[in-house]
Ligand binder design. Structure first.
Ligand code: HEM
Length: 143
């Protein structure tokens, strides 16, 4: 099976997704460009590593761990209290790009995730311009 016939979950596996989420927050913790994004988060990032891995596992085509635990896949509600404009969105996506790079993700996988990752991050954006969640019914996990 070629990469394009496999889901990101099949490509990365459960461990690969956990590693991606962990590296994502390590990058957020240290990357100067992501300092404002880091400052929005609690001091302790370990619980977020677990939650993001659970969320991404379902979102990438694996078992819906987050949905089972929290009874939702909506990501707009838990982010509603934060100021998330294009700058914060782009910092998040930069950390994800670097995390994919550091985990050795293939070019195919990076290509596969590029548009949906942007869409979910942009759906979570709640400042400076209408969120695409309001206008695009195809956005995954838009609340
Ligand atoms: C668009 C830019 C984003 C910003 C600025 C942002 C920021 C945040 C912040 C500040 C929290 C709370 C952290 C804490 O309690 O310490 C959070 C929670 C969370 N974020 Fe994001 N986030 C963004 C995008 C995303 C995306 C694209 C995803 C998933 C693909 C995601 C997944 C999560 C999850 C699963 C939680 C935990 C929600 C819960 O409490 O159950 N975030 N985010």
């Amino acid at each position: 099976m070629s990469n394009s016939e496999r889901t990101p979950y099949q490509i990365l596996g459960a461990d690969g997704i956990r590693q991606l989420a962990s590296i994502f927050y390590d990058i957020m913790d240290t990357l100067p460009e992501a300092a404002p994004l880091r400052a929005m988060h609690a001091k302790e990032l370990q619980p977020m590593k677990v939650k993001l891995a659970e969320y991404l596992t379902g979102w990438m085509g694996g078992p819906p761990l987050y949905a089972k635990k929290y009874d939702t896949v909506c990501m707009t509600t838990p982010h509603a209290h934060y100021h998330i404009g294009p700058a914060e969105r782009d910092q998040w996506l930069l950390c994800m790009d670097k995390a994919l790079e550091q985990t050795g993700a293939s070019e195919d996988l990076v290509d596969m995730l590029k548009v949906p990752m942007f869409r979910i991050a942009d759906a979570i954006r709640n400042k400076e311009g209408p969120s695409s969640a309001a206008t695009n019914p195809n956005i995954i996990a838009a609340g």
